[in-house]
Design a protein around this ligand. Structure first.
Ligand code: GUN
Length: 281
């Protein structure tokens, strides 16, 4: 039997419609500032997509592009300017930054109320305390897709492979919150026997950034498999999951492309709307 395909593109279009409706009811236009440093083609492509999404739902896109030679002080000054700009509700600095620039310093400079990536220590701290705040987009997108497809999380065993501050760590925090109630295991590159952990999972999230890491032998029959990986190869975008073999054994699976990626982008719009609503009361 072949797994049910969890269509992130479809769910993302639903989320975008919701945001567009909410934005249309506002008496101001929310603004999303994107900051792109250097000339990494993948980053350019991601930011183009984010800007297009914003415009589609009625959010103003304010874009800044800087050379990879930009001084940290100039980037700091741009963040200060965007923090002070009343028309800017959300600030997104595309990662990774070129060598010589410190992402941590830049993220910490963003006003937490405008941190629509949810990566500022203040917002990650609120998340760790289960308090309201702006939450990282990919984990929020994964929760939304599970919800849309009625995949139960409460009481089930979830294994998250990968411990990045962008995905694995915040997702594990959300899943283990009171009211969400999953039993969460975090696996990573030092996990002794990865398959022994992952074959226990009712929901397996692959967020290691390692193409094809998860094969059929890692998956419990009928499990839900969420593939967060995006690696560019000659054959196009590939995930952390060997789709061809895993689709035969899983109960449900997100494809790459068209799974988690569109959800990440959609949740950025949700965060921008929320940041605007909170700031402009
Ligand atoms: N690079 C890859 N994913 C992301 C993301 O979610 N936010 C930012 N700012 N950069 C990224």
């Amino acid at each position: 039997m072949s797994a049910r395909i969890l269509d992130g593109k479809l769910v993302a279009s639903r989320v975008k419609e919701e945001v567009a409706t909410a934005v249309a009811g506002l008496d101001y236009i929310p603004g999303l500032a994107t900051v792109l440093v250097g000339d990494d083609p993948a980053s350019h492509s991601y930011v183009r997509g984010k800007r297009r999404d914003a415009e589609q739902v009625g959010i103003r896109s304010i874009h800044h592009e800087l050379s990879h030679t930009v001084a940290q002080s100039a980037l700091d000054a741009l963040i200060d300017e965007l923090n002070a700009d009343e028309e800017v509700d959300g600030i997104l600095v595309q990662l990774p930054l070129p060598d010589g620039l410190d992402a941590e310093t830049i993220i910490e400079r963003i006003n937490p109320a405008k941190d629509v990536d949810g990566l500022h220590p203040h917002n990650l701290g609120l998340l760790a305390l289960s308090r309201r705040g702006l939450r990282p987009c990919t984990p929020s997108g994964i929760m939304r897709i599970l919800d849309e497809y009625d995949i139960a999380v409460s009481g089930v065993k979830v294994v998250v492979v990968g411990r990045s501050f962008l995905v694995g760590r915040p997702l594990a925090l959300i899943l283990s919150e009171k009211g969400v109630d999953a039993t969460v295991t975090m696996a990573h590159s030092r996990t002794r026997d990865l398959a022994a952990e992952t074959t226990e999972a009712d929901i397996l999230v692959a967020a290691a950034g390692s193409p094809g890491l998860i094969t059929a032998e890692h998956v419990k029959p009928g499990a839900t498999v969420i593939d967060v990986g995006v690696s560019r190869t000659d054959g196009g975008l590939v995930g952390d999951v060997d789709f061809e073999s895993v689709v035969e054994i899983a109960g449900a699976i997100t494809p790459v492309p068209g799974g988690v990626g569109p959800m990440t982008r959609a949740m950025l719009l949700v965060n921008t709307l929320r940041a605007a609503e909170a700031r402009r009361i």
